[in-house]
Ligand binder design. Structure first.
Ligand code: OOB
Length: 549
């Protein structure tokens, strides 16, 4: 495996291969096979535009040749940051066609995060949309490039004439000069194929290396559980770079069954409803927060959504009341609870599970090869039904973060189980129920925020003596983040000042605290650490008293 990544031990790898779990296939293969079988079937629908399997292969190969012309080599790493458009699909497959490894960045990521990823990996390229939602990504690209000498290639979606930037439009309009060159490129199924981003519990975001064999298995098991087929039309609404819409079963799974991806440029309810109606979407992947915004939308009744069969919900816990509301609003569709993580393990309720299981549990692992343990503080397994931390190991759960040896020693057990930080219990049928978490992060509508990452930035403000960032409950987002600050003597701080200060730090906006509590001191635990539990209780009580819950 690529330097900086942890391989599965040889005996595990051998077993996964012998049992046919890991197949010698690469991410390009399902696309290629589908294109050979039904070249004219639509793979990607994006607004008016429809691209068949044959066309996606052709366009991806043109871009792949262009990548080689730009000097890209197999195992080079690039930042991939595109909105949910057909270009995302073409770029992703183009990179994989020649073995270039994308880092799956989200559109809200900004210079600080991207520069860090690029420096850590020695990334050679950055693929972006020049402007999206009013933000100038081209200007940011130049700044990142100035800070990271390895970043030679800037590749932008669309068309334009900027020095040092190669645009996608011209290179897909003309046939590649030398398409035969691609015949020499065949990547290793057991090496890293892409990097996902971890929600993160430490000050520094982590990169998660996923191999083709593990990722294909991930998607294949999800396809099997949900019984996807060629008539599946999957709605890509949450950012496509998330693991959920990418391979649970997502884009990769759609390609496996010869289905269609319907790209939705925005999670705005009316845009989503229009897209479902237009493309006759059959499956949707959503966070509970997104679902609430859809259900609360005044446009809800105006569109025909009766093509929907599966509403997959994950990223944060779905309350039974919400699942119930989904069911009664769209009786033709079945809700599926998806409790997954970019590190690997995916749990799902099954579409034919009893209603009670679908309403009240987060499902069970998608593979019989997933190993799970639920342990107490002493590291020993708890009795069935008791709450403990979920640990997991398996054929698609990574054995380590990229170049993070020290953190890996804490995040994984010596025998290779990943400590999820999620507190769960398991019912008598093996279904998991998420009861809380012990990791220090905020889950804002499914987007994860590392408390430590933001605390470090808040602490660098002149007026701040001490800082603690905690989750506060929110009826729509589930959680939002609240910063508690003890100011330096004679200083004060307002939320506006803090927000401006953090925006200047060039980080994703969803990470900004949405409330500031200036306090004289923090509650402490019995061992003298800041008691975040008390802070969470404090802010929850205050919100309640203010009538905001
Ligand atoms: C998905 O992946 P990540 O990596 O953004 O976040 C993983 C974490 C989990 O450890 C858990 O804390 C939380 O998100 N989570 C849930 C949940 N799904 C994820 N907590 C409660 N209930 C759920 N259903 O979020 C992700 C990856 C693949 C598929 C779906 C979600």
């Amino acid at each position: 495996m690529l330097d900086g990544c942890t391989s599965w031990p040889e005996d595990f790898a051998r077993r996964y291969i012998q049992e046919g779990i890991w197949e010698p296939k690469v991410l390009w293969d399902p696309l290629r096979e589908a294109a050979a079988r039904y070249p004219d079937r639509t793979f990607v629908a994006d607004g008016e535009k429809k691209l068949s399997y044959g066309e996606i292969v052709q366009l991806s190969e043109r871009v792949a040749v262009h990548l080689l012309e730009c000097g890209m080599q197999p195992r080079d790493i690039v930042l991939l940051q595109l909105p949910n458009t057909w270009e995302f699909v073409v770029m992703f497959y183009a990179l994989r066609r020649v073995g270039v490894i994308p880092i799956m960045c989200l559109p809200p990521h900004r210079q600080t995060e991207l520069t860090y990823f690029a420096q850590l990996t020695g990334a050679k390229g950055y693929v972006f949309a020049p402007s999206y939602r009013g933000f100038d990504y081209l200007a940011m690209a130049r700044e990142i490039q100035a800070a990271v000498p390895s970043l030679r290639c800037l590749i932008a979606a669309g068309d334009g004439h900027d020095t040092g930037v190669s645009y996608l439009a011209p290179c897909i309009e003309r046939p590649a000069r030398d398409p035969q060159v691609l015949a020499y490129y065949r990547t290793d199924p057991f090496d890293v194929a892409l990097f996902l981003l971890s929600g993160g519990t430490t000050g520094i975001p982590k990169l998660i290396p996923r191999t083709a064999a593990d990722y294909l298995y991930n998607a294949k098991q999800c396809v099997r559980v949900l019984d996807w087929g060629p008539d599946t039309v999957f709605m890509v609404v949450i950012p496509a770079a998330h693991n959920f819409p990418l391979s649970a079963p997502g884009m990769i799974g759609t390609a496996m069954v010869g289905g269609t991806l319907a790209m939705c440029p925005s999670p705005d309810p009316e845009t989503v409803f229009q897209a479902v109606q237009r493309h006759k979407g059959t499956a949707l992947a959503a966070s509970p927060a997104l679902l609430i915004s859809l259900l609360n939308s005044p446009h809800l009744g105006k569109y025909d959504l009766s093509s929907l069969r599966l509403i997959c919900v994950g990223g944060q816990k779905m309350q039974p009341e919400l699942a119930d509301r989904v069911w009664s609003t769209w009786p033709f569709a079945t809700p599926v609870q998806v409790f997954g993580m970019a590190e690997g393990l995916i749990n799902m309720t099954r579409p034919d599970d009893p209603r009670d299981v679908i309403l009240h549990t987060q499902g069970r692992p998608i593979s019989p090869a997933d190993e799970i343990r639920i342990v107490g503080d002493d590291g020993q397994e708890v009795a069935r039904g008791e709450v403990g931390e979920l640990l997991t190991r398996g054929p698609y759960t990574v054995r380590g973060y990229y170049k993070a040896e020290e953190h890996n020693r804490v995040a994984f057990t010596p025998d290779g189980f990943y400590r999820t930080g999620d507190m769960v219990r398991q019912d008598s049928n093996g279904n998991l129920v998420v009861e809380g978490r012990r990791k220090d992060m905020i889950n804002r509508g499914g987007e994860k925020i590392s408390a430590e990452e933001i605390e470090n930035l808040v602490l660098s403000h002149d007026s701040v003596h001490m800082a603690a960032v905690v989750a506060m409950p929110d009826p729509v987002m589930g959680e939002r983040s609240c910063a508690f600050v003890i100011p330096r003597p004679e200083r004060t701080l307002t939320l506006d000042e803090l927000t401006r200060f953090l925006i200047d730090k060039k980080i994703a906006k969803f990470k900004l605290p949405e409330r500031l509590e200036v306090v004289p001191q923090f509650p402490l635990t019995s061992v003298g650490k800041i008691s975040k539990k008390d802070l969470r209780d404090q802010i929850a009580a205050k919100l309640k008293a203010e009538g905001k819950l």
